[in-house]
Unconditional design. Structure first.
Length: 287
């Protein structure tokens, strides 16, 4: 039963990593942009939710609903004003710009919120659990995993069932031809980044409720997101969920063997997948 519990906890932890990775996968799939500030934007969203909770006395879930349109606006403006200017054949300018954004966010948070660790209040949901066949499973991890599945279902619906999704796919495939058909690639890219920031907000909600955070934890979240995206295969949303689950399983199994192996085990799983399946388990383009 201990090993079954370990596996269940690893799968549920994978839901959190999938939320970290979904926005990154979305942005890369549409505009081939590697956003080095992605982890820091997750942390920024967590601080925004904490600020709303502190000022208005709301629950984190309600505060996250308020933060969603604010983060969408931030992503839209960031892409429209800054990132669209550096997109092109050369991948180096976007890398440098997003690295600079990462540094700015970290230092701004240090200045405004100090280096002290923070955590979102969880209330009763943080300690509530249900029994599944003799295994106690926390409500919060279940909500996290369910949210990850819901996000990917919604993204798939948007991509393959809506006019916006057709614009995303057309722009991803050939921005020049798409512009000749009346699609404005810059506006499409801005919308995509705005949606990615909404996913970031959901990830930040569960990050803040499940663990302490501070201005310096963004790069670690970025690493988990990258690993989940690459394991699953670039352009595959369900692959992103699978990648998150693989990392979560590797970490919990490694921790069960030796607590010191938790983080290392996830990285080893990533390297093994990369060794045998360099393009990931389920590579797929947004087409």
């Amino acid at each position: 039963m201990n090993w079954i519990d370990t596996i269940v906890q690893g799968i549920l932890l994978g839901g959190l990593y999938a939320l970290f990775a979904a926005g990154l996968s979305l942005v890369f799939g549409i505009m081939r942009l590697v956003n080095l500030a992605h982890g820091d934007l997750i942390v920024l969203a967590a601080y925004l939710i904490l600020l709303i909770v502190s000022l208005l006395g709301l629950s984190p879930f309600v505060a996250a609903l308020i933060a969603l349109p604010l983060m969408f606006g931030l992503g839209y403006v960031l892409q429209k004003v800054v990132l669209n200017r550096v997109l092109g054949e050369d991948i180096l300018p976007p890398l440098l710009v997003t690295f600079g954004i990462s540094v700015v966010i970290q230092n701004a948070l240090l200045q405004g919120a100090s280096a002290d660790t923070r955590r979102l209040p969880t209330g009763d949901v943080g300690v509530a659990s249900i029994s599944l066949g003799g295994i106690n499973v926390g409500i919060l991890p279940l909500l996290t995993f369910g949210s990850a599945v819901a996000v990917i279902l919604i993204l798939n619906h948007v991509f393959y069932r809506t006019a916006l999704g057709r614009s995303f796919r057309a722009t991803s495939d050939d921005p020049t031809t798409a512009s000749l058909m009346g699609i404005r690639p810059n506006a499409v890219f801005a919308q995509a980044t705005g949606i990615a920031m909404m996913i970031v907000t959901i990830a930040a909600l569960y990050l803040g409720m499940r663990a302490n955070f501070d201005p310096a934890v963004g790069p670690a979240r970025l690493i988990y997101a990258f690993e989940a995206v690459i394991i699953g295969g670039l352009g595959s949303l369900w692959g992103t969920l699978a990648g998150g689950v693989i990392i979560g399983l590797a970490q919990t199994i490694g921790a069960a063997i030796n607590p010191e192996w938790q983080i290392l085990s996830g990285h080893i799983a990533f390297l093994l997948v990369l060794l045998f399946k360099p393009r990931g388990l389920f590579p797929r383009a947004f087409d």
